[in-house]
Design a protein around this ligand. Structure first.
Ligand code: MTE
Length: 331
């Protein structure tokens, strides 16, 4: 998301789309599989300066695995490791897409603690390893669709957010969960600039948070998350615009009131709480009907445009969450 203040705030992100797979299943079949799952889309608004463009095949060998045959169920190729790790939104390290990869070396993702609190029976402060222990680790290939109208396809590694929610045991009166990013201008020098009201805050309704597509990611391309992607742990909600995917999380708080998320706080006429991907609800300053799929077919002078899908292609899985809700009002 590009930000200018206040009248002129564009923002955006990507929300991944996906196909998700059980890790054992995935590893067991590695080369030559089309992953089963769901399709999605993504997009970014604004200029594509500095966008990545390597074919996935060029970085097919990442770590010990050959990723070249991995596709979504729609036949979409993964974005390359380089795409995923050099074109980022992480304003704590700068507002240009290349800033996080350049600057996020100052973040120290270990040791790391996460505080779970608010309206729940089992609050606590956990070291990272203890926090993720209840989770069943999986690879999940999701489309990331940024509110800025660009998109990628990304192989995350993580576990269902529901696993840690169940352990926390929220009270019956809790309706939402709020997340915060680390606040530390020494590690996150972008927090010295008032582009947002720090720390970055996001939230979900509890039913959204418990949905099986919602994950906490600790890795990408089978490796620990690079700092620029939100190390050591970040949220991924594939049917929502990418700004819901808060990075470098240090707290999770159960609440009765809807969390006041950072982008809504910054420009509520442009960014809401729900942020569901929807090609029929335009951003006030640009259309959300289509998106630029970053990658080999997206260059400086021309870029492949694909239609954006309702809920980023996960309509069958998530539409029931919003039955009766006017998506133009609850954007
Ligand atoms: N989380 C924090 N803490 N700070 C940010 O600036 N940017 C959001 C989201 N999470 C952001 C954040 C936006 S706008 C997007 S599109 C995604 O992260 C981008 O994730 P990626 O860089 O891993 O593709």
């Amino acid at each position: 998301m590009l930000i200018r203040k206040p009248n002129d705030i564009p923002s955006s992100e990507i929300t991944p789309e996906s196909v998700y797979i059980n890790r054992r299943h995935f590893i067991g079949k590695t080369a030559g599989i089309a992953l089963g799952g769901v399709a999605g889309a993504g997009a970014i608004g604004g200029a594509i300066a500095g966008r990545p463009g390597r074919a996935a095949a060029q970085t097919a060998q990442v770590g010990q695995r050959d990723w070249s045959a991995v596709r979504t169920e729609l036949g979409e190729e993964l974005n390359s490791f380089e795409d995923v790790t050099t074109y980022n939104n992480f304003y704590e390290f700068g507002t240009q897409k290349e800033d996080p990869a350049r600057n996020a070396h100052t973040l120290r993702p270990r040791p790391w603690t996460i505080e779970v609190g608010g309206m729940c029976a089992n609050p606590g402060v956990y070291g990272l390893e203890d926090f993720i222990r209840p989770g069943t680790m999986e690879d999940r290939i999701y489309r990331l669709r940024c509110v800025e109208a660009w998109s990628m396809v990304i192989p995350w590694y993580g576990f269902a957010l529901k696993d840690v929610i169940d352990r926390a045991d929220p009270l019956g009166s809790a309706r939402y969960v709020e997340f915060k990013t680390l606040l530390d201008p020494e590690q996150m020098p972008g927090q010295r600039a008032r582009v947002l009201d720090w720390p970055y805050v996001e939230g979900l309704r509890l039913d959204e948070a418990r949905h099986p597509l919602t994950i906490l990611a600790t890795g990408v391309y089978g490796q620990d998350l690079p700092n620029q992607n939100g190390a050591p742990i970040r949220l991924v909600v594939p049917w929502k615009y990418g700004f819901k995917g808060i990075k470098s999380i240090v707290s999770m708080t159960f609440t009765e009131q809807e969390p006041f998320n950072s982008w809504k706080r910054s420009a509520s006429h442009e960014y809401g709480f729900y942020a569901n991907v929807n090609p029929e609800v335009n951003h006030p300053r640009w259309s959300q009907a289509r998106e630029r799929r970053l990658g080999p077919n997206c260059g400086v002078f021309s870029c492949e445009q694909i239609p954006t899908m309702l809920f980023n292609g996960y309509v069958d899985q998530v539409a029931g969450l919003y039955a009766g809700l006017d998506l133009r009002v609850y954007y």
